[in-house]
Design a protein around this ligand. Sequence first.
Ligand code: C2E
Ligand code: MG
Ligand code: MG
Ligand code: MG
Length: 277
Amino acid sequence: QSKAAGRNTWHFFNKTMQESIIARADMERDLRKAIEDNQFQLHYQAQVSSSGQTLGAEALIRWQHPERGQVSPFNFIPLAEETGLILPIGQWVLDSACAQLKAWQKNPLTQDLVLAVNISAKQLHQEDFVEQVKATLKRHDINPARLKLELTESMLVENISDIITKMNILSKIGISFSLDDFGTGYSSLQYLKKLPLNQIKIDQSFVRDLITDASDRAIVRTIITMSHSLDISVIAEGVETVEERQYLLDNGCTHYQGYLFSKPVPINEFEVLLKKG
Ligand code: C2E
Ligand code: MG
Ligand code: MG
Ligand code: MG
């Protein structure tokens, strides 16, 4: 780097800004390489009924970086969304999840499991999203009723009528929808009523301090009551203690997910947990 270029750069950015711009460019380059070299993996976290039966799992992406080790999705999904790289990554996730569902369909112990996949806003807003999902289901020859798509409230602000249309088509073929991180966005109750949702997912920020924070308890009870009136199921995420589980159970929560039951684990470990019951 020439002295002049260095001085120019220094002129416009302070060191921290410059470092973060470089880090971002590095990360974007690494993310492209990760797609090419298949450095991603899915982990599976159990979703259980109120009686403790495992009904399925949420697929959560993991990036095994060759030098940095495992990178959290919190640290690369936002960049993937900004750069559009979430499209090939999201398609990889959907494809891998469907391949897993196909394998599960062959075994009586696993054939009824439902697999939840996180969908990002960019993916959902693609014109051919519905066709992509249908084609993936067909390619793997799986029952659409085994696939659940997790959307977040924040992605339901733009083009809501287009989203409702897409959800209705997929819903009619048997795919279910869960509304992730519920309570952290701004969904209007009007929209909640219009969307073909099968489930609301109580955000883990409300579950974390459930035992000590009275307002979190009130919010959680309200969400559960609302899900009952909408006639859809409600899953609590981030359940870590038996006390949290008991409180949720006493207040009518129908589904549970969290470290109390299992951390997200690689497929072989998940299947070991299933066999243990
Ligand atoms: P999310 O979909 O809300 O997933 C829940 C996150 O909470 C996961 O973090 C999970 O590991 C973590 N978690 C589960 N149980 C507990 C618990 O009991 N205690 C605590 N403290 N945490 C718990 P993870 O795997 O790091 O994923 C973070 C976020 O990244 C996800 O939040 C989701 O928004 C996004 N993400 C993950 N995989 C994908 C993917 O394949 N596609 C897209 N678009 N986003 C993904
Ligand atoms: Mg999720
Ligand atoms: Mg969540
Ligand atoms: Mg806690």
